[in-house]
Design a protein around this ligand. Structure first.
Ligand code: SF4
Ligand code: SF4
Length: 440
């Protein structure tokens, strides 16, 4: 069988060598920690602490504000200093709980949360996942307990762990896979056992042969889990592309993975499920890769949620240039450019990338030369050049007709365009406008 893959895609410089050999190191924050109440898709969480309250590591400080929402837990011990708006990586000010960190990291008694797995009903497991505040940690932030409660549970036959880590520079999932493979496999088994007809797949890009080898060895005797090598190609880790590569099933923008019998989870999400069910620990930390050519050193840190981004930059020795041209939260293709370092690490923060040059913003777009490259690489099988023209002219009917909503905003078209047109940006803003209109 050939290596599993999908239509289109690109092969950008992956930049992983500079941090892939950095073992995961615990980083304990020194300063205050900030917990935005909206760090997941859905209704914001509601604070259950007030100014002056003492809190412990792992203590629930905000409760889900609805079914599609998530609890939030403190990563430090200390005192609630304020509940006020603070800047987040999205560039918006969001109502947040501020904890004055006492530096002691006094933990709650997590053993009270642990029940023997064999005595837990499926609903107990889902409830524990919900209680632990787990959301999709690849960046999407969709509450995991909701994802695990599809309409037709018997139709779910495939749980895919997204170990592709196709965004350049990111190495946090890779480190997780080679440092704690046992937890990953056990976490996947917990999820697979929630469904009568499911099997598990760990899908890893073939640029991580050691992770593939290790996971294959460790799952050799497990009948319902397989490890698939998928082709190293961006955006291999996007949900639709991963499902197609591993099952041959296609979904479109109006479908959920569950409509194709699949549920996809990020590596760190599965580890969080393991931590919650087996160790009784809610979600209060995650792995963050700090890398790029504008920092003195690189690292894969295990970071307490709420930690100030500036602290993590300092922890790798700071910048090696006075003014880095670009700092990104997440990967270079789909991450968010940061305008301030005074924002907290949240559940979806996979990386901090610091670059000396801004190779994207410095380019001036010119007219389309009709080369067709954007069409060739588009994994959504749409025509980015036509869609961008329509979007620029406000032709929403044409945008629909040419299936603009099938764009997954992967950035491949902008990456290859010799005219340097801001195709993704233009298409994405029209998609957002359409989605906002639909909501209204
Ligand atoms: S149109 Fe959308 S899906 Fe297609 S390459 Fe561009 S960003 Fe990716
Ligand atoms: S890649 Fe750029 S120049 Fe080529 S057809 Fe697409 S929009 Fe036009």
């Amino acid at each position: 069988m050939g290596v599993l893959t999908f239509f289109g895609g690109i092969h950008p410089y992956d930049g992983k060598d500079i941090s892939k050999d950095k073992e995961i190191v615990d980083y304990l924050p020194k300063g205050e920690c900030v917990y935005p109440l909206s760090q997941h898709i859905g209704t914001p969480a509601v604070p259950i602490v007030k100014k002056g309250d003492e809190v412990l590591v792992g203590q629930k400080i905000a409760e889900a504000g609805g079914f599609v929402s998530a609890n939030i837990h403190s990563g430090v011990s200390g005192t609630v200093k304020a509940i006020e708006t603070r800047m987040t990586v999205s560039g918006n000010k969001v109502n947040s709980i501020i904890i004055d960190n006492d530096g002691k990291f006094t933990e709650m008694d997590f053993s009270k949360n642990i029940k023997p797995l064999e005595s837990m009903y499926r609903e107990d497991v889902k409830e524990a996942i919900k209680e632990a505040g787990i959301v999709g940690m690849g960046g999407a932030g969709f509450p995991t307990h909701v994802k695990l409660s599809p309409k037709n549970e018997n139709d779910i036959d495939t749980i895919i762990v997204n170990g592709a880590e196709c965004e350049p520079y990111l190495t946090s999932d890779y480190r997780r896979m080679i440092e704690t493979p046992g937890k990953l496999i056990a976490g996947l088994q917990i999820v697979v056992n929630l469904f009568d007809n499911a099997k598990g797949i760990i899908a890893v890009e073939d640029n991580k042969p050691d992770a593939i080898r290790l996971l294959k060895e460790m799952t050799a005797d497990i009948d319902n889990i397989t490890v698939n090598a998928v082709k190293t190609k961006y955006p291999q880790g996007a949900e639709r592309q991963l499902i197609f590569a591993n099952t041959g099933r296609e979904i479109n923008s109006s479908m959920l993975p569950a409509d194709a019998g699949c549920i996809v989870h990020n590596v760190d999400t599965i580890i969080a499920i393991y931590n919650a069910i087996i160790e009784g620990r809610p979600l209060y930390e995650r792995i963050v890769t700090v890398t790029g050519d504008a920092v003195e050193d690189t690292a894969n840190f295990s970071v307490r949620l709420g930690t100030n981004i500036r602290e993590l930059i300092d922890a790798v020795g700071g910048f090696n240039i006075k003014d880095p041209a670009k700092i990104i939260s997440g990967g270079p293709m789909m991450g968010k450019a940061l305008f301030t370092l005074d924002a907290p690490i949240v559940k979806g923060s996979s990386a901090l990338l610091c670059f000396r040059e801004d190779v994207v913003s410095d380019l001036t777009p010119s007219n389309c030369i009709r080369c067709g490259r954007c069409v060739e690489v588009c994994p959504g099988r749409v025509m980015p050049n036509r869609l961008a023209d329509m979007a620029e002219h406000g032709d929403i009917d044409g945008f629909f007709k040419y299936e603009g909503m099938e764009c997954c905003e992967c950035g491949c078209c902008s990456y290859v365009c010799p005219a340097k047109r801001h195709l993704t940006q233009i298409i994405s803003s029209t998609r957002k406008q359409v989605l906002a209109d639909r909501k209204r």
